[in-house]
Design a protein around this ligand. Structure first.
Ligand code: CS2
Length: 498
């Protein structure tokens, strides 16, 4: 009988010494670390990006360990608690680096342990609350304000019970700290939103003002919500990665993470004296985060969404496949150079060109299987952040926007195709998209109103613009009648862009 391959020893504090010599290890005494950070949303991106920075900061300052909080699901806790919070980070690029990260020292599931979470938020040792809950986790409406119709917000405002939203927990922690005479923690958004810190701060203040007006005044005076930019391409974990990590390290890891070698974290300068000296560990502290943010969200993330919807419609699977597709490659290069970069007034021509080339080089990373499917999720939250701003700037400036509009048409075709195939559309408006997708018939004049009437999606500036609607109907109809490839070819020809 064939011997099944012996399962490797599971990664833990006790087994870490068994890891292969090539494996990097925490260079600090883990038992001396205090969880000075409460982080909401310990998904792959947090563990590959922020936790990696803090794993290096802990060598100098043991106050910045992480208490990782999931609002409802216990999967990360259940996977990593048996590993003493340890997990493997694989950096895949021209070279491969493998390190075990030890920065997470505690796991909580808010719905299971509200008291422990309240105590952690109120602890004098807690200095930071950081969040990676993706665009939909902020409970904001289409204008970026607190969505008072969101079921979690309605619950949290209506009951004195335990919050369901991350905003509710941030305010709960502020309430406890103010009552105890403690300073507030600084709250850091680590998600791809424009003005992420500003939107988060305004939503927290609005939430607090509805349940405890004096608290909202205290937050306005003492709260800090720095704006940030986070960047590192981090494909979701799969069994192939687990197998690769086991082969590289000799240890079993239930939930390793992978990312490209490139990582960037820009954090707005604040007057909080209690922050780590993270600028000595690769973090850029800046008074002007806005230009970093616009470039990243509009260029990198805008190009990602273009490749995702068009690549999937062409039957491609990964970002690397898509950026190596000749038509898509040319489309993205012209999209960025002619329709996105002109709106980045804070960067000169050389900087924009260099950034574009760097992005395309990163996308072509053959060692990362970054699935287009993952990027296609949550389009109703991502597209407004990634392409609407560029589109409105182009239309207001009388500049071409045909390629930007083609991305939107491709997303509509993606929704239509998924609905007709009976495949779930992963999106906060998934059910609505599925239902409307089934009512489409491929004719833009008929189908566009189905999308324009989606809640919290199209701003009036676009929805009321007959020129925009005409261009979008035209791009959509060309995709219906001639497929994505033909539509892509057309965006290279001079065309009516008014
Ligand atoms: C991607 C981002 O999944 C997506 O929507 O566009 O996660 C992207 O990989 C990161 O923003 C890169 O920093």
């Amino acid at each position: 009988m064939e011997q099944s391959a012996a399962k490797p020893v599971r990664l833990s504090d006790a087994s870490l010494h068994l890891a292969a010599a090539v494996v990097g290890r925490p260079q600090y005494e883990r038992r001396a670390v205090t969880p000075g950070i409460v982080h909401f949303g310990p998904g792959a991106f947090h563990r590959a990006h922020q936790a990696d920075y803090f794993d290096r900061i802990l060598v100098r300052d043991p106050r910045f360990g992480i208490c990782a909080v999931s609002l409802r699901t216990a999967s990360v806790r259940d996977a990593l608690l048996p590993q003493d919070g340890l997990y493997t980070l694989l950096e895949l690029d021209d070279s491969v680096s493998v390190r075990v990260i030890g920065a997470i020292r505690e796991f909580l599931v808010a719905a299971e342990s509200p008291r422990r979470l309240s105590a952690r938020l109120a602890a004098p040792t807690t200095r930071l609350v950081t969040i990676t809950v993706t665009e939909k986790g902020y409970c904001l409406d289409g204008a970026g304000n607190l969505d008072l119709d969101h079921p979690d917000i309605q619950h949290d405002l209506a009951t004195a019970g335990d919050p369901r939203s991350v905003l509710g927990w941030i305010v709960r922690g502020f309430q406890l700290r103010r009552a105890m005479g403690l300073d507030p923690y600084t709250v850091i958004s680590c998600d791809n939103l424009s003005d992420n810190g500003g939107k988060l701060g305004r939503a927290v203040w609005e939430f607090a003002s509805r349940i405890d007006p004096p608290l909202s005044g205290w937050i306005a005076e003492h709260g800090r919500f720095p704006r940030t930019v986070v960047d590192s391409i981090t494909p979701a974990t799969d069994d192939a990665l687990r197998d690769r990590v086991a082969a590289l390290t000799g240890l079993g890891d239930a939930w390793p993470v992978q990312r490209e070698q490139f990582a960037q974290w820009v954090i707005e300068e604040t007057d909080d004296p209690g922050l780590p000296d993270w600028q000595n560990f690769g973090v850029t502290v800046s008074k002007n985060v806005r230009e970093f943010e616009r470039a990243k969200l509009r260029m990198l993330n805008g190009a990602h969404s273009a490749l995702a919807y068009m690549g999937l419609l062409l039957g491609l699977e990964t970002v690397c496949d898509a950026v190596n597709h000749p038509l898509l490659r040319m489309f993205v290069e012209k999209l960025l150079a002619e329709e996105v970069e002109p709106s980045l007034l804070g960067l000169d021509f050389g900087q924009r060109t260099a950034y574009r080339h760097a992005i395309l080089r990163r996308f072509a990373n053959t060692t990362l299987r970054h699935r287009l499917e993952q990027i296609a999720w949550d389009g109703t939250k991502k597209l407004p952040i990634r392409i609407f701003g560029s589109m409105i700037d182009a239309l207001d400036g009388g500049r071409p926007a045909a390629r930007l509009i083609a991305i939107l048409a491709a997303w509509m075709q993606f929704v239509r195709a998924r609905a007709n195939a009976g495949v779930e559309i992963v999106d906060p408006l998934g059910p609505e998209l599925g239902e409307r997708g089934l009512r489409t018939n491929g004719d833009g004049a008929h189908d566009l109103p189905l999308f324009l009437s989606l809640p919290n999606l199209f701003p009036k500036r676009l929805a009321d613009d007959s020129g925009f609607r005409r261009l979008l109907v035209g791009a959509y109809d060309r995709m219906t009648s001639r497929g994505v490839s033909c539509a892509l070819e057309l965006t290279f020809k001079p065309m009516d862009s008014k």
